[in-house]
Design a protein. Structure first.
Length: 555
């Protein structure tokens, strides 16, 4: 925890953990203010978790969430009101501390000289130049406008891979990657963390170590897009200008989309491999469960890595099976959809493991509420007459996959379709309305599986298409919808699902080496030993593995 003082009565920081609260209590903090909405990041504890720890230390908590870059006058006034009416010292936090500092700066506009506000923020490491112009009633931003050939929003798998692929093709390009996160995660590894095979630390690197040489990293969050002026607005009201834009902003895990989940996640036997800090809890629950009922849930599509909810079920079942506990544990899989897996060719192999682990499949059951204290889950299901009803099920452990949406700043932008995803041509990944914008990864509305493997193929295609656009060749590379889902059916074997648009099978290897429709040890070796180093040392470095964009005339 990196605490920064704005004055003797107020400090700010990046995202807190429950374990940080004791240190704040020692520093005399009496009121805690959270300015970060739940579900912004995969490694983000929920406010209720922080609040519980704070209450135990006698610290009052207030939830004043602000969407990144959307710090309004009303929110600033509410922040100032808390400082006036509650007991200090205060501590406020968000993702980086920037929103909390901005709220403070705006709230103090009538109490403190502008120079003093800017100087205090600067001393704490926050640039309030854009906010200063706002406070003073001046525009000012255009004078300091920075411009790049290509701006990439998002420093995840898709964004960094695209930057690396672009620079491998033309290292003279000026490229900026915009992302506020300090850490970068190999999220496909979290399934294995939840099974005790990887440690969490194996799936994380410092973001600074992964930014490609030749690209600038702008450590800030995007607030808004203005395609008409080819600019993006950052938190703090700074503007960045682009000639071409790539949107690779990922996906939002909507933990609040299930009633009661935020209050109980991480305890009461409620876990999820979709969060960095919770995957180890999954393994703890699996190891310790000797009998009872284990539930696994999958929400409505789209979600990232649609196979992950059932991967957790298979690996848990495998542990119980090999440790003679399978007959004492009732495994139930609740899927909001109507089928086990969207590509039928892989279902027979998966069903063999469903039978092996004696799992009870419940289709068209959407998790809508969890009562953690009473260990009861509630599902909405369709009745025979087409209506809906709520059914309840008690559990000893439950693995939850939360519903998912595009990030808030994306959904409120002019770039999206009616469902809130960036609107692209599914083959070229170019925006349907703005010709100098492309999008890939989880945030794009192309109807492919949202997986890291898809981003691995998409990134070189987007890079090739941007280079072609720069050259004016009118040729494009086409994306076939490739995605891969290594379904970990047991420790040591995987059903390697590889497919594209329309469910077409797109295997990367000859059948004699890996038959993707059957569980194989070769596919497990690929998942456990080969894919992580390929991700870190090849994909994120612009070394394109099993993808070669072919250029052809535009249709």
């Amino acid at each position: 925890m990196n605490i920064k003082e704005l004055n003797s009565n107020l400090s700010v920081s990046e995202q807190l953990l429950a374990s940080d609260i004791g240190e704040l209590a020692k520093r005399g903090v009496r009121t805690l203010i959270c300015n970060r909405p739940d579900g912004e990041g995969a490694d983000q504890p929920l406010f209720t978790e922080i609040e519980k720890a704070a209450t135990e230390h006698g610290i009052q908590c207030h939830y004043l969430p602000v969407i990144t870059g959307k710090v309004g006058d009303a929110e600033a006034a509410a922040f100032g009101e808390l400082l006036l009416k509650q007991n200090g010292p205060f501590h406020a936090y968000c993702r980086s501390g920037m929103r909390s500092t901005t709220l403070w700066a705006l709230s103090q506009a009538k109490q403190l000289p502008l120079a003093e506000i800017v100087a205090a923020a600067k001393a704490a490491g926050y640039d309030m130049s854009g906010v200063a112009a706002r406070i003073a009633g001046k525009s000012g931003e255009m004078d300091a406008l920075r411009s790049y050939d290509v701006v990439i929003v998002g420093g995840g798998a898709a964004g960094i891979s695209t930057a690396a692929s672009l620079l491998a093709r033309n290292n003279a390009l000026s490229i900026a990657i915009i992302d506020p996160a300090d850490k970068h995660y190999y999220q496909p590894g979290w399934t294995l963390v939840g099974a005790g095979i990887f440690t969490p630390e194996q799936t994380m690197r410092e973001m600074a170590s992964l930014i490609p040489k030749g690209a600038d990293w702008i450590k800030a969050a995007v607030a808004a897009f203005d395609p008409a002026s080819n600019t993006v607005t950052l938190e703090g009201c700074r503007l960045i200008k682009y000639t071409r834009l790539v949107v690779a902003a990922g996906i939002k895990l909507n933990w609040d989309g299930i009633e009661g989940l935020s209050e109980t996640i991480g305890r009461n036997g409620v876990t999820s491999n979709y969060r960095y800090d919770l995957a180890p809890y999954t393994w703890e629950l699996v190891r310790n469960l000797k009998g009872g009922r284990a539930l696994f849930t999958q929400p409505p599509m789209p979600i990232k890595c649609a196979g992950a909810p059932q991967k957790a079920m298979y690996l848990s079942g495998d542990h119980w099976y090999k440790n003679q506990g399978i007959n004492n544990i009732n495994i139930e899989f609740y899927n909001a959809g109507a089928v086990l897996f969207g590509v039928a060719d892989y279902v027979p192999a998966l069903m063999e493991y469903v039978k092996k682990y004696k799992a009870d499949l419940k289709f068209n059951h959407k998790l809508v509420r969890i009562d953690g204290d009473n260990k009861t889950a509630y599902f909405e299901t369709t009745t025979a007459d087409g209506g809906t009803e709520i059914v309840s099920r008690e559990f000893d452990m439950i693995h939850v996959c939360p519903p998912q949406t595009a990030p808030d700043f994306i959904r409120s932008s002019p770039l999206v379709d009616a469902a809130g995803w960036v609107d692209v041509d599914q083959y070229t990944l170019r925006h349907k309305r703005f010709n100098n914008i492309w999008s890939l990864g989880d945030v794009a509305n192309a109807p492919n599986a949202k997986t890291a493997a898809a981003a691995r193929v998409q990134a070189p295609i987007v890079a090739a298409n941007i280079i072609a656009d720069i050259k004016g060749t009118h040729q494009v590379a086409h994306y076939n919808g490739y995605g891969s889902c290594p379904l970990t059916v047991e420790r040591g074997k995987i059903v390697l699902a590889e497919f594209g648009y329309g469910g077409m099978l797109l295997p990367s290897f000859p059948k004699w080496l890996i038959d993707g429709t059957k569980p194989t040890r070769a596919a497990w070796f690929l998942k456990e030993k080969l894919l992580p180093p390929i991700y870190w040392r090849a994909m994120l470095k612009g070394k394109e593995w099993l993808v070669n964009p072919v250029m052809s005339d535009e249709a």
